[in-house]
Design a protein around this ligand. Structure first.
Ligand code: GMT
Length: 376
C-alpha cells in the first residue's frame, strides 16, 4: 500500500507513534510518505521505503497567522496525486485530520481514504476548547476510519465530541529493543548519581496537564530520607515554576534539568523509578517506554494510565494531585530493593508481552485494507 502519514514532528507521543509506525510499515514493504513541516525527530532519515515531504508555509503580509492547516492539505493532495497514495493516516485531529479530509475532498480523480488516530490532548484539551470543538468534531466525523490509543480516550471522545462515531482502539506500542534494560550505561548513570544513590526520572513536555510541580513535591517528600537524585527531561511552559518549586523545597542540588532529548533510552535504562503524575493521560507512552526499560512507574490513576501501568505489579498509582500518596509510593519502591527489582521485571515483561509492535502493525494494516476493499 502507499500511505501518507501526517503528524507533529516535535517531541511528544503522537509523533513518536507515527514515526515508529511508518518505519515498520515500510519494513513490511509499504511505501510511506511523511508530510510535515519538519522531519519527525524519531524518524530515521535513512530508513528504506520512507519519504519525507516538507510543508512550506509561505508568509504573506495579510496573514497575521499563516494558515498551516491549508498548506498541509495542499501538500498532502500533491503527494497523493504525484505518488498515487491510497491512504492518508492523520495523527492528532487538529490540524492533521482536518487537512487530510480537505485533501481527500479536493482530490479530483482517485479515491484516497482518511484514517485518523486520536491521541489524547487533541480531544481533552484542543477538542474541548470552544475555538476548535466544532472543527475537531467535523474532522473526526468526516474521516473514513477513526482509531483511539485507549478505550478511555474512546469513551471521552464519544462523551465529549462524537457520540455516534465508530472508534476502534489500537493501543500504542513500544520498541522493546531500543527501550530495554540492556541499554543501561553505568558511566552515564555515574554522571547523575553517586554509587549509593538511586535515580528517579520524569519525561514530558512540561505542560500544565503533566503537573510537573507534583513531580518535584513527590520526590522531595518521598525521597526525603533516601539517597536519590531526580532527572527532569523535557521542556515546556511549566519548566520555570517547577524550578521555583525545587528551590522552595530546597532540593535543587538533587535535580538535573536536561531539557528535551531525542533519545532517552540509555538514561531510562540507567535509572530506578519513573514518575508521571499527570492530570490526564490518554495512554502514557512515556510510562510504557520506562516500563520497557525495566523501570517501575509511580503515576496517577488518570485516563488510560491504568491500562498501561498495573498498580501493585509494574508500579503504584495515586489519585490526581495526591502528592502525599505519590510520595509514599516513591519511598515504598525506592526503599525496598526486592520490591523494586520485582516491579522492574514485571514492568519489562508487561511492556514486551502486551505492547509489542507486531499486533499494532497488523491492526493498522487491517484498518487500511478494510477501507481499500470497501471500494468506496
Ligand atoms: O503528552 C502530550 O501532551 C503529548 C501528546 C502528543 O500528542 O504527542 O501525547 C498524547 O499522545 C500520546 C501518544 O498516543 C499518549 O501516550 C499521551 O498519553 C497523550 N497525552 C495526553 O493525553 C496528555
Amino acid at each position: 500500500m502507499k500511505i501518507a502519514l501526517a503528524c507533529h514532528p516535535t517531541h511528544g507521543g503522537s509523533g513518536v507513534v507515527a514515526a515508529e509506525l511508518g518505519m515498520r510499515l515500510a519494513a513490511r514493504g509499504h511505501e510511506i510518505h511523511f508530510v510535515s513541516y519538519e522531519r519527525p525527530f524519531r524518524l530515521d532519515p535513512l530508513a528504506p521505503g520512507v519519504h519525507f515531504h516538507k510543508v512550506q508555509v509561505s508568509s504573506y503580509p495579510l496573514f497575521r497567522y499563516p494558515p498551516y492547516a491549508l498548506a498541509l492539505a495542499n501538500e498532502l493532495l500533491q503527494v497523493v496525486n504525484s505518488e498515487g497514495v491510497e491512504i492518508i493516516h492523520a495523527h492528532y485531529a487538529i490540524p492533521h485530520s482536518l487537512a487530510a479530509v480537505l485533501a481527500r475532498n479536493m482530490q479530483r480523480d482517485g479515491n484516497v481514504k482518511v484514517v485518523t488516530t486520536l491521541h489524547g490532548t487533541d480531544i481533552t484539551l484542543v477538542g474541548a476548547d470552544p475555538s476548535y470543538a466544532e472543527i475537531t468534531r467535523w474532522a473526526i466525523e468526516q474521516s473514513d476510519s477513526v482509531t483511539v490509543v485507549s478505550d478511555w480516550l474512546g469513551e471521552a471522545t464519544r462523551k465529549e465530541l462524537a457520540p455516534e462515531c465508530d472508534l476502534q482502539t489500537i493501543a500504542n506500542a513500544v520498541d522493546a529493543v531500543s527501550y530495554s534494560p540492556e541499554r543501561a550505561d553505568p558511566v552515564l548513570r555515574a554522571r547523575f548519581a553517586a554509587p549509593d544513590e538511586l535515580l528517579v526520572v520524569h519525561v514530558s513536555n512540561f505542560r500544565p496537564v503533566k503537573r510537573v510541580c507534583d513531580v518535584i513535591s513527590a520526590f522531595a517528600r518521598g525521597a526525603a530520607q533516601i539517597p536519590a537524585r531526580l532527572l527532569m527531561i523535557g521542556q515546556g511552559p511549566d519548566l520555570a515554576i517547577s524550578q521555583e518549586e525545587a528551590k522552595k523545597a530546597r532540593i535543587e542540588h538533587r535535580i538535573s534539568w536536561l531539557g528535551p532529548l531525542d533519545d532517552t533510552s540509555a538514561l531510562l535504562a540507567s535509572s530506578d523509578l519513573f514518575l508521571l503524575p499527570s492530570e490526564s493521560e490518554s495512554f502514557g507512552l512515556a510510562a510504557l517506554e520506562a516500563m520497557a526499560s525495566g523501570l517501575p512507574v509511580v503515576a496517577t490513576h488518570s485516563g488510560g494510565i491504568p491500562s498501561v501501568v498495573s498498580s501493585g505489579e509494574s508500579g503504584l498509582l495515586a489519585p490526581v494531585g495526591d502528592v502525599e500518596q505519590l510520595a509514599q509510593h516513591c519511598s515504598q519502591i525506592l526503599g525496598d530493593t526486592d520490591l523494586r527489582k520485582k516491579m522492574s521485571r514485571t514492568a519489562r515483561a508487561l511492556a514486551v508481552d502486551k505492547f509489542g509492535w507486531d499486533r499494532v502493525i497488523e491492526s493498522y494494516e487491517k484498518c487500511y485494507e478494510d477501507l481499500l476493499s470497501d471500494g468506496g
